[in-house]
Design a protein around this ligand. Structure first.
Ligand SMILES: [Zn+2]
Length: 173
Protein backbone atom coordinates (compact mmCIF):
# COMPACT_ATOMS: atom_id res chain seq x y z
CA UNK A 1 0.00 0.00 0.00
CA UNK A 2 1.22 3.50 -0.83
CA UNK A 3 1.54 6.38 1.57
CA UNK A 4 -1.56 7.90 3.10
CA UNK A 5 -2.35 11.57 3.45
CA UNK A 6 -4.79 13.35 5.74
CA UNK A 7 -7.22 15.70 4.03
CA UNK A 8 -9.64 18.21 5.50
CA UNK A 9 -12.77 18.38 3.34
CA UNK A 10 -15.35 20.72 4.80
CA UNK A 11 -16.05 19.39 8.28
CA UNK A 12 -14.62 15.94 7.56
CA UNK A 13 -11.11 14.61 8.11
CA UNK A 14 -10.19 11.92 5.58
CA UNK A 15 -7.20 9.62 5.43
CA UNK A 16 -6.75 8.62 1.81
CA UNK A 17 -3.99 7.24 -0.46
CA UNK A 18 -1.60 9.96 -1.60
CA UNK A 19 -2.63 9.59 -5.25
CA UNK A 20 -6.30 10.39 -4.49
CA UNK A 21 -7.63 13.16 -6.73
CA UNK A 22 -8.34 16.14 -4.47
CA UNK A 23 -11.41 18.33 -4.70
CA UNK A 24 -11.59 22.12 -4.80
CA UNK A 25 -11.29 23.43 -1.23
CA UNK A 26 -9.49 20.36 0.15
CA UNK A 27 -6.69 21.12 2.60
CA UNK A 28 -3.94 18.54 2.95
CA UNK A 29 -3.02 18.40 6.64
CA UNK A 30 -0.50 15.58 6.68
CA UNK A 31 1.47 14.31 3.76
CA UNK A 32 4.86 12.62 4.13
CA UNK A 33 5.84 14.01 0.71
CA UNK A 34 4.70 17.54 1.47
CA UNK A 35 7.75 19.70 2.08
CA UNK A 36 5.67 22.80 2.80
CA UNK A 37 5.74 24.14 6.34
CA UNK A 38 2.53 25.10 8.12
CA UNK A 39 2.82 28.74 6.99
CA UNK A 40 2.99 27.75 3.36
CA UNK A 41 -0.01 25.46 3.76
CA UNK A 42 -1.91 28.31 5.40
CA UNK A 43 -0.87 30.74 2.67
CA UNK A 44 -1.85 28.35 -0.11
CA UNK A 45 -5.23 27.71 1.49
CA UNK A 46 -6.00 31.41 2.00
CA UNK A 47 -4.87 32.65 -1.41
CA UNK A 48 -7.66 30.63 -3.05
CA UNK A 49 -10.06 33.05 -1.35
CA UNK A 50 -8.51 36.09 -3.02
CA UNK A 51 -10.89 37.17 -5.77
CA UNK A 52 -12.28 40.65 -5.02
CA UNK A 53 -15.92 40.84 -6.03
CA UNK A 54 -19.13 42.78 -5.53
CA UNK A 55 -21.63 40.64 -3.67
CA UNK A 56 -24.30 43.26 -4.39
CA UNK A 57 -24.29 46.98 -5.24
CA UNK A 58 -23.66 47.51 -1.51
CA UNK A 59 -21.33 44.66 -0.53
CA UNK A 60 -17.73 43.88 -1.46
CA UNK A 61 -15.87 40.71 -0.48
CA UNK A 62 -12.74 38.58 -0.95
CA UNK A 63 -10.32 41.55 -1.24
CA UNK A 64 -8.39 40.54 1.90
CA UNK A 65 -7.94 36.90 2.89
CA UNK A 66 -6.69 35.04 5.95
CA UNK A 67 -5.98 31.62 7.39
CA UNK A 68 -5.86 30.50 11.00
CA UNK A 69 -4.48 27.29 12.44
CA UNK A 70 -6.55 25.80 15.25
CA UNK A 71 -4.56 25.29 18.44
CA UNK A 72 -6.92 22.45 19.27
CA UNK A 73 -6.85 20.33 16.13
CA UNK A 74 -4.11 21.77 13.92
CA UNK A 75 -6.68 22.25 11.19
CA UNK A 76 -6.53 25.27 8.92
CA UNK A 77 -9.50 27.55 8.34
CA UNK A 78 -9.72 30.35 5.80
CA UNK A 79 -11.64 33.59 5.69
CA UNK A 80 -12.16 36.65 3.54
CA UNK A 81 -13.01 40.26 4.23
CA UNK A 82 -16.62 41.33 3.66
CA UNK A 83 -17.78 44.94 3.84
CA UNK A 84 -21.15 46.52 3.17
CA UNK A 85 -22.74 49.95 3.27
CA UNK A 86 -25.11 48.86 6.03
CA UNK A 87 -22.12 48.57 8.35
CA UNK A 88 -23.50 45.56 10.20
CA UNK A 89 -21.61 42.98 8.11
CA UNK A 90 -18.13 44.49 8.13
CA UNK A 91 -15.86 41.61 9.01
CA UNK A 92 -12.12 41.30 8.45
CA UNK A 93 -10.79 38.11 6.89
CA UNK A 94 -9.18 37.13 10.21
CA UNK A 95 -12.50 37.19 12.04
CA UNK A 96 -14.28 35.24 9.30
CA UNK A 97 -11.56 32.56 9.46
CA UNK A 98 -11.97 32.34 13.24
CA UNK A 99 -15.74 32.13 12.82
CA UNK A 100 -15.32 29.26 10.36
CA UNK A 101 -13.16 27.49 12.94
CA UNK A 102 -15.71 28.06 15.68
CA UNK A 103 -18.60 26.80 13.53
CA UNK A 104 -16.62 23.69 12.66
CA UNK A 105 -15.06 22.72 15.98
CA UNK A 106 -16.50 25.03 18.66
CA UNK A 107 -13.03 26.33 19.36
CA UNK A 108 -11.72 29.90 19.39
CA UNK A 109 -8.05 29.27 20.20
CA UNK A 110 -5.76 30.10 17.29
CA UNK A 111 -2.11 29.02 17.14
CA UNK A 112 -1.08 30.86 13.97
CA UNK A 113 -2.60 33.45 11.66
CA UNK A 114 -1.76 34.97 8.29
CA UNK A 115 -3.65 37.72 6.40
CA UNK A 116 -2.91 39.38 3.07
CA UNK A 117 -4.31 40.75 -0.19
CA UNK A 118 -2.82 39.59 -3.50
CA UNK A 119 0.67 38.98 -2.08
CA UNK A 120 1.91 37.43 1.16
CA UNK A 121 2.84 39.77 4.04
CA UNK A 122 6.22 41.46 3.76
CA UNK A 123 8.22 43.75 6.03
CA UNK A 124 5.76 44.20 8.90
CA UNK A 125 2.67 43.60 6.78
CA UNK A 126 -0.25 41.35 7.62
CA UNK A 127 -0.85 43.15 10.90
CA UNK A 128 -4.40 42.75 12.26
CA UNK A 129 -6.50 45.89 12.80
CA UNK A 130 -7.44 47.08 16.27
CA UNK A 131 -10.85 45.43 16.08
CA UNK A 132 -9.32 42.04 15.28
CA UNK A 133 -6.70 42.35 18.04
CA UNK A 134 -9.51 43.02 20.50
CA UNK A 135 -11.66 40.24 19.06
CA UNK A 136 -8.94 37.59 19.48
CA UNK A 137 -8.08 38.75 23.00
CA UNK A 138 -11.73 38.40 23.98
CA UNK A 139 -12.28 35.10 22.12
CA UNK A 140 -9.87 33.03 24.25
CA UNK A 141 -7.24 33.66 26.89
CA UNK A 142 -4.62 31.61 25.01
CA UNK A 143 -4.95 33.75 21.90
CA UNK A 144 -2.49 36.25 23.37
CA UNK A 145 0.24 33.80 22.37
CA UNK A 146 -0.97 33.58 18.76
CA UNK A 147 1.74 33.87 16.10
CA UNK A 148 0.96 36.40 13.39
CA UNK A 149 2.91 36.35 10.11
CA UNK A 150 4.46 39.75 9.27
CA UNK A 151 7.02 38.72 6.64
CA UNK A 152 6.22 35.51 4.81
CA UNK A 153 9.51 35.05 2.95
CA UNK A 154 11.63 35.63 6.04
CA UNK A 155 9.12 33.76 8.24
CA UNK A 156 8.98 36.71 10.63
CA UNK A 157 6.18 36.65 13.16
CA UNK A 158 4.82 38.80 15.93
CA UNK A 159 2.90 37.63 19.02
CA UNK A 160 -0.57 39.07 19.59
CA UNK A 161 0.11 40.18 23.18
CA UNK A 162 3.00 42.32 21.95
CA UNK A 163 0.72 44.41 19.74
CA UNK A 164 -2.04 44.96 22.31
CA UNK A 165 -0.19 45.94 25.50
CA UNK A 166 -1.96 46.69 28.78
CA UNK A 167 -5.09 44.94 27.60
CA UNK A 168 -8.11 45.95 29.65
CA UNK A 169 -9.91 42.59 30.00
CA UNK A 170 -7.44 40.35 31.86
CA UNK A 171 -9.35 40.40 35.16
CA UNK A 172 -12.27 38.49 33.63
CA UNK A 173 -10.18 35.42 32.83
ZN1 LIG B 1 -9.36 43.35 11.34
Amino acid sequence: MGKMIMVQRGDALLVVPEDTKLMEGDVVLENPNDSRDVWERMYDAAKKEYHPEDVSPFFQAHHVVAAVESAKTGRIYTGFCIEGASGVMNLCAERVAALNMYISEKNMVVRRMIAFRDKPPVDGGGMPCGACREFFMQAAYENRNMEIMTDYKKRKIIILKDIIPNWWGDKRY
